[in-house]
Each structure stands twice: as structure tokens, then as C-alpha cells.
Design a protein around this ligand. Structure first.
Ligand SMILES: Cc1cc2nc3c(=O)[nH]c(=O)nc-3n(C[C@H](O)[C@H](O)[C@H](O)COP(=O)(O)O)c2cc1C
Length: 270
């Protein structure tokens, strides 16, 4: 299965079979991490494999997830510089891995971090200048958690993400690309993505939270930056399949009222 098809099958898996992945599968994941894609190469971000998921959960029982307990055999620990760009980068880079794992039937779940970096000391080393901002739980799903195609995802309608023009009048190709975007995972399913559509370009914005919400849930605005990077990954996978030669670029668009610019999918036909 390719990454594009994986978008329609991916969902957050919170129940795992209890089995671990084989050494061969772990070696394949290490290879994927070495060849990882970057959106903004000047950003410092990275990932470390935490393979002893069971021991980790025992050490931290109750701390791993700040909502919805997820007990997986393995985790990917995602680190970055503490900037907006750093959080977006994590989402973009490692959603590629999520889709690659989904394509081979491995279950995944993004997890917002709800503990201090100290608890990771025994497991991974965190590069200087970076902190852990999220985890990805992964492993063989429980037998009732198969990754079948999802006909109707629990999401807003494609047109609700469009901020310019008449969303109802979306062309077929753009609608299919936006469908791939809205299927992306996001923290508490907040779906913060908004898009400005031009001929052969889709500009991604993130809905900003109100001042009051921001002050009380700082971690949610960090999470929404990660969600935005995840959205860029879905746009790119969909654009390459539906438009052909296309890529994600930072066109430095101005923020809009209540929305931060994240990046653009640009098709070379345009
Ligand atoms: C950055 C991020 C953090 C998340 N944190 C958690 C978490 O801590 N616990 C959890 O159970 N799910 C978590 N999720 C999964 C979301 O709840 C899930 O993506 C969303 O509800 C949509 O469901 P789906 O992934 O099955 O399509 C997170 C997702 C993202 C992208």
C-alpha cells in the first residue's frame, strides 16, 4: 500500500496486540528515520526510538498520556527546539512515518506529552537545545483494531476548511486533496487547518486560539502547531498523487485575521 492509500486507513490505535515488532521491522523504521524529509532545514528537530514500551509504561504508569491511555509496545520520542517552527517540523516529518507504518498494517497514535523530560533519561538522549514535545505510540494493533478504509471520517466537511471563495464550488481535484488534509490526526480532533485555494496552490493556515484559551491551554497551541505540520504532510502526499509534480514550500504569506500561515502546496504545472 502506498502513503496516499494509507491516509484513508489511518486512525489512532489505542489498543495493541501485546506483540513487539520484529528486529527486521525495527531496522526498516530506523532506515526511514535516517532518510527523513524536512520542511525547514534550519530547524533543529529529531526523533529517538523507545523500544521498551512496556517498561516505560510501568515506570510512568498513568503519566504517559494526558488523555486516553495508550499502552503500546514501542514509542517514538519526538524532540525539537522550542519554537513554532520546531513544532510544525515535528508534525511534518513524523506523520510521514505514521503513514508508512499504517501502509504496512502497524498501528500508531500521536500522544501529546504530559510529563517532564527527566522521565525519558533512562531511555533516550535528548539533543541539547531540544525538548520532547510529543510521542508516537506504535506496534501491531489488537485483533479488533484493523486498519480498514474509513468511509466517513469524524471530521468537518471539506468546504468548511476553505477560507477564500465559495468552498461549495471546489473542483474535484482540490476537493480530493482537502479530503486528505481533513483526515489527518489532530490533538483532541481539533482540526485547526484552514486553506486558501489558488490555481495549483493550496496555502495552509492554522486557526489561532483566542487570547483567553491560549493562556489557559498553552500546550494546545503547541499541539496545534504539530497538527499543522501533520496537515502539510497530508497535503504533500495528496498533491503528489493528484496533481503530480508538487511540493511543500514556505511562501512567507502574511497571517490572516485569526490565522497563522504554515506553508503551501505548490504544483509545478501552475
Ligand atoms: C499532536 C497530537 C497529540 C495527540 N495526543 C493524544 C493523546 O495524548 N492521547 C490520545 O489518546 N490521542 C491523542 N491524539 C490523537 C487524536 O485524539 C486523534 O488524532 C483525533 O481524535 C482524530 O482521530 P483519528 O486519529 O482516529 O483520526 C493526538 C493527536 C495529535 C495529532
Amino acid at each position: 500500500m502506498n502513503l496516499f492509500d494509507a491516509i484513508r486507513r489511518r486512525r489512532s490505535v489505542r489498543k495493541y496486540s501485546g506483540e513487539e515488532l520484529s528486529d527486521g521491522e525495527i531496522g526498516w523504521i530506523e532506515g526511514l528515520l535516517e532518510g527523513e524529509r524536512t520542511y525547514q532545514s534550519d530547524v533543529s528537530a529529531g526523533a529517538a526510538l523507545l523500544l521498551e514500551g512496556k517498561r516505560f509504561q510501568e515506570d510512568l504508569s498513568g503519566v504517559v498520556a494526558n488523555y486516553g491511555k495508550v499502552e503500546a509496545p514501542h514509542y517514538l520520542v519526538l524532540t525539537s527546539e522550542g519554537t513554532n517552527k520546531g513544532y510544525v517540523e515535528i508534525g511534518y516529518r513524523y506523520e510521514y512515518l505514521v503513514l508508512a507504518l499504517t501502509a504496512t498494517g502497524v498501528g500508531t497514535c500521536w500522544i501529546g506529552k504530559g510529563f517532564d523530560d527527566d522521565v525519558l533519561e533512562d531511555y533516550v538522549s535528548i539533543p541539547p537545545g531540544q525538548t520532547c514535545n510529543a510521542l508516537i505510540a506504535f506496534g501491531p494493533p489488537a485483533s479488533d483494531q484493523t486498519l480498514d478504509e474509513i468511509e466517513k471520517p469524524h471530521r468537518r466537511k471539506a468546504e468548511d476548511f476553505v477560507i477564500n471563495g465559495d468552498g461549495d464550488a471546489l473542483g474535484d481535484e482540490v476537493r480530493r486533496i482537502v479530503d486528505c488534509l481533513r483526515r489527518a490526526p489532530s490533538s483532541i480532533n481539533s482540526q485547526p487547518w484552514r486553506v486558501g485555494i489558488e490555481d495549483y496552490a493550496i496555502h495552509l493556515f492554522m486557526r489561532k486560539r483566542s487570547g483567553i484559551t491560549r493562556r489557559f491551554i498553552t500546550s494546545l497551541s503547541v499541539m496545534n502547531r504539530i497538527d499543522s505540520g501533520i496537515g502539510l504532510c497530508h497535503l504533500e502526499v495528496a498533491g503528489k498523487k493528484i496533481w503530480g509534480d508538487s511540493l511543500i514550500e514556505n511562501l512567507s504569506k502574511r497571517d490572516r485575521d485569526g490565522m497563522s500561515y504554515i506553508g503551501s502546496l505548490v504544483c509545478s504545472q501552475g
